[in-house]
Design a protein around this ligand. Structure first.
Ligand SMILES: C[S@@+](CC[C@H](N)C(=O)[O-])C[C@H]1O[C@@H](n2cnc3c(N)ncnc32)[C@H](O)[C@@H]1O
Length: 223
């Protein structure tokens, strides 16, 4: 990952990130929209979140689908500590697995109805991203959803505009305030994600939400 993985084990950094992320209403809108989209014509029984951080996306699903079970997974034990707090209301319905996005066995063996990954694949290189989509698609139950919310690369001009707009519209800080360092979008464009999803055999692909360079991609395995 571009952000070094060990950084996600630094308690101070992780604590600051989790607190800051809770003040980003736009990200919660994307999560709510993904859940509502799935709910239009399905009711998942098993939801997996990879590179799940503090588990907020998974919590949004478990709240909306009270019968569903969840699997939280991330490589960071420090994030696991935060996730256990976020997911405490769903005790008995969630399992926790420390695992690396780049390794096989993504969903711990069982076939998920929904597989989520948010704001993590931009750190994978091209071969890792291809392998991620192939494994994720193959792990899904027929009719299952793959959901990836991530920052995506674009032209230099648009990167500059997005950097200027990120504090106000993504971070939710007041106009004129800065967001700190520029957002790391990695090197994968939206077109690449869409091509890789199709190559992995997923159909029914679309982007129901986008804000600046952060895109919600949803795709379904044929039933
Ligand atoms: C920006 S945070 C996003 C957390 C969560 N997905 C969200 O959107 O709220 C990135 C997360 O990816 C995890 N991560 C980074 N590289 C990983 C890898 N190779 N395998 C598993 N998790 C990884 C980090 O530990 C961190 O929790």
């Amino acid at each position: 990952m571009t952000e070094r993985q060990e950084d996600w084990n630094d308690p101070d950094r992780v604590g600051r990130w989790v607190a800051k992320d809770a003040r980003r209403p736009a990200v919660q809108t994307a999560r709510d929209l993904a859940v509502a989209t799935v709910a239009v014509d399905s009711s998942p029984a098993f939801v997996v979140e990879l590179a799940a951080g503090s588990g907020t996306f998974l919590a949004t699903f478990l709240r909306a689908f009270p019968e569903a079970r969840g699997l939280w997974s991330d490589s960071s034990p420090e994030m696991a500590r935060h996730a256990r707090k976020t997911l405490a209301p769903f005790a008995g319905r969630v399992d926790y697995v420390l695992s690396d996005l780049r390794r096989p066995g993504l969903a711990g063996g069982a076939a998920p109805d929904v597989l989520i990954c948010a704001r993590a694949t931009h750190g994978l290189d091209a071969a890792e991203l291809t392998a991620f989509y192939r494994r994720a698609a193959a792990s899904l139950r027929p009719g299952g959803w793959l959901i990836n919310l991530d920052h995506m690369a674009g032209s230099e001009e648009w990167g500059r505009r997005y950097d200027a707009l990120t504090p106000r519209f993504y971070e939710g800080v007041g106009e004129g305030q800065t967001a700190g360092k520029a957002k790391d979008r990695g090197g994968h464009r939206l077109e690449t994600h869409l091509e890789l999803l199709a190559a992995a055999g997923l159909t029914d692909v679309d982007t129901p939400w986008r804000l600046l360079s952060t895109v919600l991609v949803m795709a379904r395995r044929p039933a």
